[in-house]
Design a protein around this ligand. Structure first.
Ligand code: ADP
Ligand code: MG
Length: 404
């Protein structure tokens, strides 16, 4: 009887695998921008045509690649970012799977130009169906330019799934915004059909938020800043009067990686409860930084979902940080540090880290606020806030001095 099982040729296997990583033009935009960030670029330019359907090009001034790496980078599982599985839990780059460029080369025509600063000449490479069709030395600026043309030209069924240019462009702008938001010290620009959409000078996070989300937020951002031994939270929330009727201007970054988390979103929404109408959405741009060993970033092909070792404690910290910020700016009428009992008893709070860290952690400000919940509850009495706005502020400062 004839054998019925066949091994798929590489380019078909790559096309299938690409389906997970590159679903639409915006997915490629994300991967290429992240590679440019990982390459240490300080200037990153994104050019798209026809909402990325005919061209997506990212030009960076990062470290570039030598000739061998320029060929290798398109191989599946080709990565310079991890060597062994353990490295995944110490990762501080955006990439690590070594799948993006292989996937892109499987579903688009790719032109790469790259040069390292120490090399006189760079490398030009053209790929089609995962194969090199042209390679030659070239004169080019330090850094890398990757142009992908005619996305899904060889997978017409998938091309048919693409939405209108307006819809695909919306997705591209979303991905661009997420990366640009996380790295305000990097210059970014975006042009669509040769028209400039964004030109983002290097600056502070506050400047970047306003550049990306609009001037209307300029005087309506409240800083969030908490440092504990377990994690740091910093960023901005919008004042309640800046809340919008549509979800959208809401961003969580964990170790500079944009993530989606309905659970952490809930923590922020809880903190805003009673301050905004039920059907509106406050702005938040929050950066949560914690030991990479406390998270698993390898649970999702596009890395937009991550797993926390202890999700509850992160939830509690996020909520407390937002409440604290609102209280400090005397926006919230009450200070509610009624942290869920389960969390107070959770290992992360009850015995943070190793024993040698316990002392330091238990003296940290947020931890104290949690563990002194009985005292915290005293201040839940709303009467205390029936002062003028001015004395309210003074009151809150006094209380916060005690608790934070
Ligand atoms: P990953 O980012 O997960 O390592 P990619 O397929 O995105 O996988 O990239 C493969 C490798 O190619 C990277 O690890 C990096 O060494 C190299 N590379 C990709 N893009 C760039 C770039 N813009 N500048 C320099 N090197 C790059
Ligand atoms: Mg990558």
């Amino acid at each position: 009887m004839a054998d019925t099982i066949q091994l798929l040729p590489d380019h078909i296997a790559n096309q299938i695998a690409a389906g997970e990583v590159i679903q639409r033009p915006a997915s490629a935009v994300k991967e290429l921008l992240e590679n440019a960030v990982d390459a240490g670029a300080t200037e990153i330019r994104l050019l798209v045509k026809e909402a990325g359907k005919s061209l997506i090009q990212v030009i960076d001034n990062g470290k570039g690649m030598n000739e061998t790496d320029a060929r290798l980078c398109f191989e599946r599982h080709a990565t310079s970012k991890i060597r062994q599985i353990d490295d995944l839990f110490h990762i501080n780059t955006m990439g690590f799977r070594g799948e993006a460029l292989a996937s892109i080369a499987a579903v688009a025509q790719v032109e790469l130009k790259t040069r390292r600063s120490q090399d006189e000449l760079g490398t030009y490479l053209e790929m089609e169906n995962s194969m090199v069709v042209r390679q030659e030395p070239c004169a080019t600026a330090t850094g890398t330019s990757i142009a992908m043309k005619n996305l899904f030209f060889n997978v017409p069924a998938r091309r048919n799934f693409l939405k209108s240019n307006a819809a695909e462009m919306r997705h591209i702008i979303d991905e661009f915004t997420r990366v640009a938001m996380a790295f305000p010290h990097i210059f970014f620009s975006l042009s669509h059909n040769d028209q400039q959409v964004f030109h983002l000078d290097k600056g502070s996070l506050k400047q970047r938020i306003v550049q990306l989300l609009g001037n209307s937020y300029l005087s309506r951002l409240v800083p969030v800043q908490e440092q504990t031994d377990y994690l740091n939270i910093q960023g901005f929330i919008g004042k309640p009067d800046a809340a919008k009727k549509t979800r959208g201007d809401q961003y969580f970054f964990v170790n500079n990686r944009f993530i989606r988390s309905a659970y952490l979103n809930h923590a922020v929404m809880q903190a805003f409860q009673d301050l905004i109408p039920a059907d509106s959405f406050p702005l938040y741009v929050l950066f949560i930084d914690l030991n990479p060993e406390q998270i698993d970033v390898n649970v999702h092909p596009t890395k937009q979902e991550i797993k926390f070792e202890d999700e509850k404690i992160v939830y509690a910290f996020v909520q407390a940080a937002v409440k604290h910020a609102l209280a400090q700016f005397s926006i919230t009428p009450t200070l509610e540090f009624d942290i869920d009992a389960g969390i107070q008893q959770s290992d992360a709070v009850a015995k943070p880290f190793t024993d040698e860290h316990r002392q330091a952690a238990s003296s940290s400000e947020l931890y104290q606020a949690f563990s002194k919940s009985r005292e915290g509850r005293l201040f839940r009495d709303r009467r205390i806030w029936r002062f003028s706005r001015w004395s309210c502020t003074r009151q809150s400062d006094a209380i916060l001095e005690r608790f934070f």
